[in-house]
Ligand binder design. Structure first.
Ligand code: ZN
Length: 115
């Protein structure tokens, strides 16, 4: 197949892409609707967990608000090991330091489980 150069987007198409949440001039792949929906659900879950944990890290009990790098949702059983990224039981909010520790500390006996 002959490769053609990248055509600049028309103004109309650029506007449509912006409305879709697509970053202009980026080489990122467009996100499928299914993936997008899951990302939204994960964000909602992260908020719920944040409230449940009262704004504290689930491990070191440090305050999460205003920390940098930002805290993130940790999946206790990784999704590639069959963990559910949308289950409240499988997720917790950790500060970035705890998240890094827990991600690096993988017990091989516990297939894909981070604790
Ligand atoms: Zn922590």
């Amino acid at each position: 197949m002959k490769r053609t150069g990248i055509k600049p987007l028309s103004d109309k198409r650029r506007k449509e892409r912006l409305l879709e949440g697509f970053i202009p001039n980026s080489t990122l792949k467009r996100i499928s609707n299914k993936r997008r929906k899951q990302m939204v659900e994960e964000k909602i879950l992260a908020r719920m967990l944040w409230i449940k944990q009262k704004g504290f890290c689930n491990r070191c009990k440090g305050v999460l608000f205003g920390t940098w790098p930002p805290p993130s949702k940790h999946e206790i059983i990784r999704r590639n090991a069959g963990g559910d990224p949308l289950s409240e039981e499988n997720c917790e909010i950790l500060c970035s330091a705890c998240h890094q520790d827990v991600t690096l500390n993988v017990d091989i006996k516990d297939k894909g489980v981070h604790r």
